[in-house]
Write a protein that binds this ligand. Structure first.
Ligand SMILES: Nc1ncnc2c1ncn2[C@@H]1O[C@H](COP(=O)(O)OP(=O)(O)OP(=O)(O)O)[C@@H](O)[C@H]1O
Length: 717
């Protein structure tokens, strides 16, 4: 690669420019440099992990990063691949700052093998490599050839085996394959030989030496290892302690310099010297970029080529919060497609989960249609009929026998009937007094001169248990309906107009809906919206949480994917499930239970589709906010009921206090629910304000939540 490049002389460094990367060279030896870092600082909260660290990794070299557990090796590597942002310092990787716009670090210039396995257990080995190959823009033939080679080289089992069924060591080797797959210029391997048998470890080292020595300076490798002596095979080792690199040198040279016989002894010696605060006579040999040399003249070297001045921009002042320096670019179709295909493979393996997802809306809407909206029936009422004239009995015969089961307490008396209500055996008492017939005749015949006692004696006396409002309403309605029927017949007998028995209120045909509308008709639009919304939320609530925990998210991002692309791909995949869920919901509600749909079905489907998308966005937001499954599930469950209550789905919004109504109006489902009600029950289409407002607000919420989720994910990275 270097051979193809045009050289630029600088006062302190030489820069080679190639189509893939810009190369920084160490001026004293004219040695091209792959990674160059100075004064790197990084803290996690109050914990200072990297402390003014310097590192120089020559191109085409194997660099062994050695140090005790917790000294900051992984943190440094994650800074190098652009997955962590330094608090301050200068870092140049393959000619530019990691994470800078257009630079494929993180991305295809790097192959990253993290410490944890970070593989999708539901993919086969071949699918795993195919996924990462696609992310790196490799064509199918190339991916296949590399897959066959790597499987053979790392003695992996058949490529159709599921990753989740491999042993720990085999998984680590697959993880190693992923890093090697696209033959990147920089390989970052965090403990590549852990859990690998000595024979294979030797082969791995041979391969690493092979790819660094037989391809010019094309490939540079930085690796960490706990087997300190295996790093003798590296071209350069860096001894790290307490967030600093104590020394960098060729392993054999450093052993010689200290007159010791192992790297371990050298490291001990360096640590002792560091503890005593007297650095051994070794500090960063041949390093022209050491702290002392970072004076003004050298930090901004002049580029005398006619191309982009490189180091001037590279060595800008301290980098802080560079995550804001590179705003989200346009999502890449290739990345989204790769992620989408990967998600489809995983989904295919989870048939049980899929069936469950399709059964859920079926069961929910079925139960709703069966359980909600029907009139209660078989309600026991205690009857005390002391009337002997016959009209009392005639009235009781007018009662709806399906709704009310009459229990005769006439002989036991009123107090026994009352006790039956108190004991919960009946819902109320109907009491007809002894003179009911005579008093009623007098009431109707001498309407101008009726005494209170006649009115009292001719009334149906009712005492009910009103703890259940719906049952109370129904009993009152049935008992008064029965009276009107009975009185109408009574008037007919006397050749009078039966309508005299009715209240003097004429109820005409409703403008919208019908006079026998049920509570189900009121709730159905909201239930369709809320079931779609919450099922979709459930689908995505855990996606990032699980990926984050397993290190999968980190690896995808290190491969050049943007969080936004992962989000979109997840939503596209889950949308397939949501579409089926909507189909199930509508089929059951409209076809089986004949929930009225007077408006165009297409608008119903579209509104549910948007609500599904909105639900998924909310799930993604929960997933972005939470770092473990428990908190994500708690958040999703905790928000379910409040959202349902303030959206006017269970009870009209008009019944809420005004201040809460405002909250209700801005909640994500309220206007959608209103819009849905207008389409289903009123037969309106999208040209009506109450309908298009539902689409507009839902779409606005989608955009807001996706952007917020994207920002939170990016900040939390
Ligand atoms: N995300 C994080 N938040 C807070 N502290 C962290 C985080 N990641 C790492 N640390 C802390 O930073 C220090 C350095 O961690 P790091 O993983 O870089 O060490 P390491 O040298 O790679 O260790 P090992 O060899 O065991 O992997 C440790 O004390 C670790 O607990």
């Amino acid at each position: 690669m270097a051979g193809n490049s045009a050289d630029f002389d600088t006062s302190s460094v030489a820069i080679n420019r190639t189509p893939r990367t810009r190369t920084l060279t160490n001026s004293s030896e004219n040695e091209p440099v792959a990674v160059w870092g100075r004064h790197i600082n990084k803290s996690y909260g109050k914990l200072r992990v990297l402390k003014d660290l310097d590192i120089t990794v020559p191109k085409g070299c194997i660099y062994g990063l050695l140090g005790p557990s917790g000294c900051g090796k992984t943190t440094l590597l994650r800074c190098v691949i652009g997955r962590l942002h330094m608090d301050s310092g200068h870092l140049v990787v393959l000619g530019d700052r990691p994470g800078s716009r257009g630079h494929k670090v993180p991305g295809s210039l790097v192959g990253y093998m993290p410490q944890e396995t970070a593989l999708f257990p539901d993919l086969t080995i071949a699918e795993t490599l195919q996924y990462y190959g696609r992310l790196h823009g490799m064509d199918s033939d190339h991916i296949k050839a590399r897959t066959d080679f790597l499987i053979d080289f790392l003695t992996l089992p058949d490529k159709s085996r599921l990753v989740g069924q491999l042993s720990g060591g085999q998984m680590r080797r697959v993880s190693f394959c992923v890093a090697l797959l696209h033959e990147p210029e920089l390989l970052i391997l965090d403990e590549p030989t852990v859990g690998v048998d000595p024979l294979l470890r030797e082969r791995i080292w041979d391969h690493l030496i092979n790819i660094t020595s037989h391809m010019g300076n094309h490939t540079t490798i930085i690796l960490t290892t706990h087997y300190i002596e295996e790093a003798r095979q590296a071209g350069k080792v860096g001894f790290m302690r307490n967030g600093r690199i104590l020394a960098e040198e060729n392993p054999m040279k450093i052993i010689e310099k200290f007159h010791l016989n192992s790297l371990e002894s050298v490291f001990l010696k360096l640590c002792e010297a560091d503890k005593e605060g007297t650095p051994p006579d070794l500090a960063l040999p041949n390093n022209q970029f050491s702290k002392s040399s970072l004076n003004d003249e050298e930090t901004v070297p002049v580029c005398n080529g006619d191309d982009v001045p490189l180091l001037g921009s590279v060595l800008e002042p301290t980098v802080t919060h560079s995550k804001w320096a590179c705003p989200v670019g346009l999502p890449s179709g290739r990345n989204i497609a790769a992620q989408f295909m990967k998600n489809l493979h995983i989904m295919r393996r989870k048939i049980g989960f899929l069936l469950f997802q399709f059964m859920l809306p079926f069961v929910e809407i079925l139960l709703f249609c069966i359980c909600i909206g029907n009139d209660p029936f078989g309600l026991h009422l205690a009857i005390v009929n002391e009337d002997t004239g016959g009209l009392g009995q005639r009235y009781l015969q007018a009662l709806d026998n399906h709704s009310i089961i009459q229990e005769n307490y006439t002989t036991q008396g009123y107090s026994a009937a009352y006790d039956s209500v108190r004991n919960g055996h009946t819902w109320g008492v109907i009491h007809l007094k002894a003179n009911f017939t005579q008093d009623l005749i007098e009431r109707f015949s001498s309407i101008t001169n009726v005494s209170d006692s006649v009115i009292n004696g001719s009334s149906v006396h009712l005492q009910i248990d009103s703890t259940n409002q719906q049952i109370g309403f129904l009993l009152l309605k049935k008992i008064s309906d029965a009276f009107q029927t009975f009185a109408g017949e009574f008037f007919t007998d006397f050749k009078l107009n039966p309508r005299l028995a009715s209240l003097p209120i004429e109820i005409d045909q409703p403008v919208y809906g019908n006079s026998d509308a049920t509570f189900r008709d009121f709730m159905a639009p909201g239930v369709l919206i809320s079931v779609t919304f919450f099922l979709a939320t459930g689908l995505t609530t855990l996606v990032f949480v699980v990926d984050k925990k397993m290190g999968l998210l980190d690896r995808c991002l290190a491969s050049g994917m943007a969080t936004f692309e992962i989000m979109l791909a997840h939503m596209f995949t889950q949308m397939l499930i949501v579409v089926v869920q909507i189909a199930v919901l509508l089929s059951v509600a409209l076809l089986i239970f004949k929930v009225p749909c007077l408006g165009p079905l297409i608008w119903v489907i579209l509104l549910l589709f948007i609500q599904g998308f909105l639900g998924m966005s909310l799930g993604v937001l929960y997933s972005a906010v939470c770092s473990d499954e428990n908190s994500a599930i708690q958040l999703a469950l905790g928000s379910y009921f409040p959202l349902l209550l303030i959206s006017g789905i269970l009870w009209p919004l008009e019944a809420m206090p005004v201040w809460l109504r405002i909250v209700g109006y801005i909640s994500p489902m309220t206007f959608a629910c209103e819009g849905m009600r207008c389409i289903l029950a009123r037969g309106l289409d999208i040209t009506f304000y109450a309908v298009w407002r539902g689409y507009l607000v839902s779409t606005g919420w989608c955009a807001f939540i996706i952007i917020l989720g994207g920002i939170i994910l990016r900040v939390r990275e």
